[in-house]
Design a protein around this ligand. Structure first.
Ligand code: IPM
Ligand code: MG
Length: 360
């Protein structure tokens, strides 16, 4: 039976980086005989323009029918003035939630070739390999009530709600422990338990889950301290598990340790490893259409897809090795360029990865 992958390029640089990722996907599909069928649709601003909503029902149906979804990025100034419920980002949140993709894996790995591209000293980041496990379908992103209202004194007031049920915490904690088990066996749970009620329950439940993982060393850290430790001594971390908003913020921070957010892939998984794969970066409207965006995060997201949803480890490794080779050759998009390296555009970078794959 053929395996379906839904391709959603999205907005801004999304279509450009996706075009390259699809070339890589087609190359491994052929070389490793994976039998993938690619289906294409729109999400975010592109979907607003085409369907009038950021995630059309038929698109969601296609996503449900597919075995995996590959996404570019969504959002842009064109749609910024729209009301919250029909903004491009809503499409992204809705598809994550509707597909039950609660486990978001965001690895921050420093390629040795890019040690110079990080703003931190090479000795602080060299060899860096951490994984942020972000809860993706709960917390303040989805909690209700949420509202802007007018108080009796005429002042506007806005609020959001940060709820976590123990089931939601338990299942993401398990993802964190399972991942730690496959890696350095160290898990740091990040919360704000000195202030937030939801964080206190978070910590309690993580402690309970820890009983099933005596082989994993668990620590807890407040999010403000974690933000500091990530730039002070990032190599102290192996796996970090945290809530939706903290994970959003810390994963952007962690990306900079590696030189560029343009290098970081992500996987968003449901309970059965069905997943949506996307780069951690956004749609970068400022450079959209110029052919200069870094496609490697999306290409590496394809590798994560092969590994996690399809169990095709050899094909995943082939892509990762090809990316390493291209970096060895000195090819760099603008975001990772440094003196003496060859500056290339989106398409050249993508095609160099395909060429490196073919050479193998
Ligand atoms: C991310 C992005 C999204 C998020 C936005 C675009 C809604 O920042 O995937 O990290 O906050 O989850
Ligand atoms: Mg983010």
């Amino acid at each position: 039976m053929s395996k379906q992958i839904l391709i959603l390029p999205g907005d801004g640089i999304g279509p450009e980086i996706m075009a390259e990722a699809v070339k890589v996907l087609e190359a491994v599909n052929r070389d490793h005989d994976l039998g993938f069928e690619l289906v294409h649709d729109d999400l975010g601003g592109a979907a607003i323009d085409r369907y009038g909503v950021p995630l059309a029902d038929e698109t969601l149906a296609r996503a449900r029918a597919a075995d995996a979804v590959l996404l570019g990025a969504v959002g842009g100034p064109k749609w910024d003035k729209l009301e919250r419920d029909i903004r491009p980002e809503r499409g992204l949140l809705k598809i994550r939630s509707a597909l039950g993709l609660f486990g978001n894996l965001r690895p921050a790995i420093l390629y040795p070739q890019l040690a110079e591209a990080s703003t931190l000293k090479p000795e602080v980041v060299s060899g860096l390999d951490i994984l942020i496990v972000r809860e993706l379908t709960g917390g303040i992103y989805f909690g209700s009530p949420r509202e802007t209202r007018v108080l009796e004194n005429g002042e506007r007031q806005a609020f959001d709600t940060l709820p976590y049920s123990e089931g939601e915490i338990r299942r993401i904690a398990r993802v964190g422990f399972d991942m730690a088990r496959l890696r350095g066996k160290k898990l740091c749970s990040v919360d704000k338990a000195n202030v937030l009620e939801s964080s206190r329950l978070w910590r309690e439940v993580v402690e309970e889950v820890a009983k099933d993982y005596p082989d994993v060393e668990l620590s807890h850290m407040y999010v403000d301290n974690a933000a500091m430790q990530l730039v002070r001594a990032p190599k102290q971390f192996d796996v970090i598990v945290t809530d939706n908003m903290f994970g959003d913020i810390l994963s952007d921070e962690a990306s900079m340790l590696t030189g560029s957010i343009g290098m970081l892939p992500s996987a968003s998984l449901d309970a059965h490893n069905k997943g949506m794969y996307e780069p951690c970066h956004g749609s970068a409207p400022d450079i959209a259409g110029q052919g200069v965006a870094n496609p490697l995060a999306t290409i590496l997201s394809v590798a994560m897809m092969l590994r996690y949803t399809f169990g095709a480890a050899a094909a995943a490794e082939a892509i990762e090795a090809a990316v390493g080779q291209v970096l060895d050759q000195g090819l760099r998009t603008g975001d990772i360029w440094s003196e003496g390296k060859q500056r290339v555009g989106t398409r050249e970078m993508g095609e160099a990865v395909v060429a490196a794959l073919v050479r193998r």
